[in-house]
Ligand binder design. Structure first.
Ligand SMILES: *Cc1c(COP(=O)(O)O)cnc(C)c1O
Length: 471
């Protein structure tokens, strides 16, 4: 039985704790630059700070913030740290955090128009604002997915069903023609997983060789592979291109690749998860020239646009094949969108959906597109300047040139072991955090600038640390 002197829903405690959490959050962010970017811990150290069994008696929330300071903060890799240059950015700006709090308070389930009219209509509008900001033509429809991986899975399922004339969902894949999907080696591993999960099989993900400084898929090789497969009895289903591959920022020539997909009757999906956000700056749009020809594309405002995780923007030239693949309710299919009702759960694998559109609304309202452009332009400029600085030092070799704010480099003449030792020494130092990658058969350091808290001084300090450990 619950204790009736302490209600389960204690809104006074909520109001008090909410204000204290906000103050605590501001304090965390004010001192984050003094913490090591990556927790200097052994596995199990966080777990060891907790009791083995759950409490039998509730004790309210008093004291929990102190416990976070003791037990949690020392076990964090600080993604919002101004000297986080690893992986890719995952920004959480104050407006997006507040919007997420509001979304939690409202606790909407936005699966159908009628389960949250505001959730649905604001989602439609925010994605259309984003479409305009990115310079995508009218006619692209957007939906929020939880991650780029989910958007890519939805696109791969659509390729599969479209190629099978929607027989796969009903009959399964046994007895169907063997499907083929085409991509370069530069695409993210979420593509491999989408292919596995969709039942297409990793062996049927055909890797097309790349060429040129942007490591772009060779369109002639793509066409040849599709035709050879068709002649051999396979069923080509789709092409997945990338703008800003995760490893080195590879960009396919979308004009050429999407033309091949269209000529061959294949569905196309473009993964621009990281780089796509930068397309709000017109001067970067050359990297995805030809995007208008994509059937499906994904980008992550939850990486570089200041919208906290999770928020992937999935745009479709025509939502019909996707909805036909994922919608459960057949009568809905006949009217979707046309009567003003959009049921976004029919556009994604999960049914339940949060009111994530609030996050983009808050961010756009707080910063405006121009505020966001300024941040990205700074990041690109600082990163390019650091690449030039390293290039001028004979100890370094730029391995892949900057694509937006991402470049890779190596120590001249260092073998893989020496490179790993170099990366480990830098990260154990704690002032900056970088990750290694593998390109052209060798280990490189991947360096990207993308955290909103980063300043030019932080990037200069990163250069000093990279040099200090270079021997
Ligand atoms: C980060 C990234 C992904 C995965 O994004 P999630 O939203 O975490 O699924 C996919 N593709 C590219 C190019 C990425 O950079």
């Amino acid at each position: 039985m619950t204790d009736d002197t302490k209600p389960l829903m204690d809104w006074d405690e909520f109001a008090d704790m909410g204000a204290r959490v906000a103050a605590w959050g501001a304090r965390y962010h004010r001192q984050i630059a003094d913490l090591p970017v990556r927790a200097p811990l052994d596995p199990g150290a966080v777990r060891a700070r907790f009791p083995d069994s759950p409490p039998e008696q509730g004790a309210g929330l008093e004291g929990i913030l102190a416990e976070i300071d003791d037990k949690i903060i020392p076990g964090l890799t600080h993604w919002q740290h101004p000297r986080f240059f690893a992986y890719f950015p995952s920004n959480a700006t104050p407006p997006s955090m507040l919007a997420d709090f509001v979304a939690s308070i409202l606790a909407q389930q936005c699966m159908l128009w009628q389960t949250s009219p505001a959730g649905t209509e604001v989602e439609t509008l925010m994605l259309d604002w984003l479409r305009q900001g990115l310079g995508l033509p009218k006619g692209f429809h957007g939906v929020i997915q939880d991650s780029a991986s989910s958007a890519t899975l939805a696109a791969v399922l659509t390729m599969r069903e479209r190629a099978l004339n929607w027989a796969g969902n009903a009959q399964g894949l046994g007895g169907q023609a063997r499907l083929r999907v085409y991509a370069s080696d530069e695409v993210h591993t979420s593509v491999d997983r989408a292919i596995w999960v969709a039942g297409i099989g990793g062996d049927n993900l055909v890797r097309i060789p790349t060429r040129g400084p942007l490591r772009a898929m060779d369109p002639d090789a793509l066409r040849a592979a599709i035709r050879a497969d068709r002649a051999a009895g396979y069923l080509p289903a789709g092409v997945i291109a990338c703008t800003g591959g995760t490893g080195t920022g590879a960009c396919d020539d979308l004009t050429q690749v999407l033309a091949v997909a269209r000529d061959e009757g294949l569905y196309s999906h473009v993964d621009a998860a990281w780089a796509g956000a930068a397309m709000i700056c017109p001067e970067f749009r050359f990297l995805w020239e030809g995007i208008d020809g994509a059937d499906s594309l994904v980008l992550n405002p939850h990486k570089w646009m200041g919208v906290n995780f999770d928020f992937s923007a999935h745009f479709l030239r025509d939502p019909e094949p996707l909805v036909k693949t994922l919608a459960i309710s057949p009568e809905y299919l006949r009217t979707h969108g046309k009567d003003g009702f959009v049921n976004y759960s029919e556009w994604s694998v999960p049914l339940g959906r949060r009111f994530r559109a609030l996050k983009l609304w808050f961010v756009l309202r707080a910063y405006g597109l121009d505020g966001l452009r300024g941040v990205m332009r700074d990041h690109v400029g600082w990163s390019v300047a650091l690449a030039e600085d390293l290039r001028a030092d004979p100890r370094f070799e730029i391995v892949t040139e900057p694509v937006l704010s991402l470049f890779t480099f190596a120590l001249r003449d260092a073998d893989d072991d020496a490179m790993l030792a170099y990366v480990n020494a830098i990260n154990e130092d704690g002032r900056i955090y970088v990750t290694q990658g593998r390109t052209g058969g060798r280990i490189v350091v991947r360096f990207q600038v993308g955290t909103f808290a980063t300043t030019q001084a932080d990037v200069r300090l990163a250069g000093a640390v990279l040099k200090a450990f270079a021997g």
